[in-house]
Design a protein around this ligand. Structure first.
Ligand SMILES: Cc1cc2nc3c(=O)[nH]c(=O)nc-3n(C[C@H](O)[C@H](O)[C@H](O)COP(=O)(O)OP(=O)(O)OC[C@H]3O[C@@H](n4cnc5c(N)ncnc54)[C@H](O)[C@@H]3O)c2cc1C
Length: 384
């Protein structure tokens, strides 16, 4: 059956605007105290101290039930908090993955013991996760992963290798997708499972990989006979594929998929000043028009998440369009930026541009490549 796209318009309720004011006041306080400088995107700043301060405000895991440390607030309220933090370039990288997808995954599929043990720590900003999906030779074709977990007394023994794992060297846990059953050539999605792996376990080595910008943000993670207790299995053995695809809906639809170059836009607007020349004005207008549309689409997905609906298709559209825009912004700005000058902001603009140019190639890769997303969209339109 052909699915159709749904991007119902959504107005934020007044409670969201009150909350926006609180987040802005918090950010202003943080900046006035000189606690951090604005960073480039949602991965560029990693500050456990900041995460703890955010947790103390109740802004991590804020949609989760109170019994697990959450605030039972809406996805729309969460949306407002995340977009304000991203727009300000706040150092959200430490808790981002746990808040966005690992916690919700445990809430939905985890055991009661896992929820009680882990979720309150996440909400306090004390427990960070990384995503263990990609492997050498298995990125887009995720079902071809070869990392294996074999049953042993009391748990599982995992062997294999994960790659491109963002912040594995700074996280406490990885949710690792691995093969626990034999390969069924008729259905390669069978026999996959997700395990919560304590990254301090014996047998794990984490090796940094330098990215194009020279930063050590992602890693290769090697598993050699790593014992994982039975109670760290998420859901039932063999349920991994269903779970991992639901996780991707959270991963792909948020404002981080179109705001990665926002700081550059802000600095560009500052440099262009109150009377930008024609080319600068045209560039700014074009970017803002795209951003406004993407924000409406992404908000609409937040509304669907609030209603408990499946968002995989809409999330793929938001991520494809959004990451294309955030990748395009450094290019558009680079072509016109040197025409106007405001010496006061020259350095910040250069810094944001350099960050954007060096990091933009990764924007359309991380979280699923353009081609893969377009395949999902084509299937949704009934074209394949
Ligand atoms: C900054 C960054 C952070 C990342 N962080 C993480 C992380 O924390 N955890 C994690 O698990 N992974 C992470 N990744 C990995 C990311 O998910 C993969 O790079 C991505 O899914 C692509 O996989 P690949 O690199 O193996 O490329 P491949 O799958 O080999 O793809 C290579 C090219 O072929 C194209 N292609 C592949 N299959 C098809 C097809 N069927 N049809 C058409 N074209 C196709 C792709 O679109 C791409 O252009 C990160 C990547 C980046 C860049």
């Amino acid at each position: 059956m052909t699915e159709t796209f749904r991007f119902d318009p959504l107005e934020l309720p007044p409670v969201c605007e009150t909350l926006r004011g609180e987040v802005r006041a918090f950010i202003a306080e943080e900046k006035a105290a000189g606690r951090w400088r604005a960073g480039g995107d949602f991965t560029s700043g990693h500050s456990p101290e900041f995460s703890r301060r955010l947790g103390a405000r109740g802004w991590i895991g804020m949609t989760w039930p109170k019994q697990y440390g959450g605030q039972e607030r809406s996805f729309l309220e969460r949306y407002v908090v995340t977009e304000e933090l991203l727009a300000a370039g706040a150092p959200v990288g430490a808790h981002w993955v746990a808040d966005r997808q690992s916690g919700p995954l445990l809430l939905r599929f985890g055991t009661e013991k896992q929820r009680q043990e882990i979720l309150p720590r996440i909400t306090r900003g004390e427990c960070f996760f990384c995503i263990g999906m990609s492997e050498p030779d298995s990125g887009s074709d995720l079902a071809s992963i070869r990392s294996k977990a074999a049953p042993v007394e009391g748990g599982w023994v995992m062997n294999g290798r994960k790659i491109w794992t963002s912040n594995a060297h700074k996280a406490h846990f990885m949710i690792a997708l691995c093969r626990t059953g034999p390969i069924d050539e008729k259905d390669r999605h069978k026999g996959l499972s997700q395990l919560v792996v304590d990254l301090k376990s014996p047998g794990i080595s984490i090796r940094p990989i330098k990215n194009l910008a020279g930063a050590e943000h992602f890693n290769e993670v090697l598993f050699e006979d790593v014992f994982i207790p039975a109670d760290r299995m998420i859901g039932a053995p063999g349920d991994g594929w269903k779970q991992v695809t639901s996780e991707l809906g959270y991963e792909r639809s948020g404002p981080e998929r179109f705001l990665s170059s926002f700081r550059l836009l802000v600095e560009f607007v500052r440099r262009a000043g109150p009377a930008p020349d024609e080319r600068a004005a045209e560039t700014i207008g074009r970017i803002i028009a795209h951003l406004a549309t993407l924000r409406r689409m992404s908000l609409s997905v937040a509304g669907m998440l609030q209603k408990g609906e499946t968002v995989n298709l809409e999330a793929a559209v938001v991520k494809d369009l959004g990451t294309n825009l955030e990748k395009e912004i450094p290019e558009l700005v680079r072509l016109v930026a040197r025409r106007g000058k405001s010496p006061n902001h020259a350095d910040l603009m250069e810094e944001a541009l350099a960050y954007g140019v060096l990091n933009a190639p990764s924007f359309t890769l991380r979280g699923g490549t353009r081609e893969i997303l377009r395949g999902i969209v084509a299937r949704g339109l009934g074209l394949r």
